[in-house]
Design a protein around this ligand. Structure first.
Ligand code: PGA
Length: 254
């Protein structure tokens, strides 16, 4: 089964609305050679989404957000709904990033609510999972990954998987410059896929793209992306420079 690679930038809290068009246009130009062969996404702060969508119009780049609420509307001060993101032109949304789990009280249960709401609304959810260094060192990698998949994707149906991407991001590799080795990443990706298979069936699980995230760069992307179950990348630091991001997209386009 061949899965189309997907490289998504996660801008985090880094780019202002006034700076957004230049970065999106830079990404579109630098990745034009891979258009159609790789899905290229920029996930931006919600306030940047309209400018990003405008700048991406007519290019191969799609725009996503970094979080969404599970309710459609209501008294949830400070939250952003899936309907708002869709109305602004977003196609993707990151859910359950480790920084949200670590700093903002996100749990597997709230990840599940957000992911199901995003998929039901018609967005593609990029659901993030991954173990901390303490969990890995304590030999709990498998248990943590299984729990994050089983709870985070509870009640996600086989049909829903058409709008599901999973990002494996070992917390110890995010923003640290310490990348998982291709073998370490492949081991986790295979476990994610087999855990997903028990939920939605093996055939459907084979269609779901699993990105690696955590200090992925032009220099290490090719070795990671060569692995059987690594179908793309979720890119933090290197997504803020069009040339670096494009280098990763080029590695995915081979
Ligand atoms: P990084 O971040 O590429 O800067 O390690 C990845 C992420 O947090 O999505």
């Amino acid at each position: 089964m061949s899965r189309k690679k997907i490289i998504a930038g996660n801008w985090k809290m880094n780019v202002k609305p006034s700076e957004t068009a230049a970065l999106v246009k830079g990404v579109a130009e630098a990745t034009a050679a891979a258009a159609g062969r790789v899905d290229v996404v920029c996930c931006t702060p919600a306030i940047d989404v309209p400018a990003a969508v405008a700048a991406a119009a007519g290019t191969g780049v799609e725009i996503g957000a970094e979080n969404c609420h599970w309710e459609d509307h209501g008294a949830f001060t400070g939250e952003i709904s899936t309907g708002m993101l869709l109305d602004a032109g977003a196609k993707y949304v990151i859910v359950g990033h480790s920084e949200r789990r670590q700093y903002f009280g996100e749990t597997d249960e709230t990840v599940n609510r957000r992911a199901r709401a995003a998929i039901a609304a018609g967005l593609t959810a990029i659901v993030c999972i991954g173990e901390t260094l303490e969990e890995r060192d304590a030999g709990r990698l498998q248990e943590v990954i299984r729990r994050q998949v089983n709870v985070g994707l509870k009640d996600v149906s086989a049909a829903d998987c058409a709008r599901l991407v999973i990002a494996y991001e070992p917390v110890w590799a995010i923003g640290t410059g310490r990348t998982a080795t291709p073998d370490q990443a492949q081991e986790a990706h295979a476990l994610i896929r087999s855990t997903l298979a028990a939920l939605v069936g093996a055939e459907t699980a084979e269609t779901v793209r699993i990105q690696y995230g955590g200090s992925m760069k032009p220099g290490n992307a090719a070795d990671l992306l060569a692995k059987k179950d690594i179908d793309g990348g979720l890119i933090g630091g290197a997504s803020l420079k069009a040339a670096d991001f494009a280098g990763i997209v080029a590695a995915a386009a081979v």
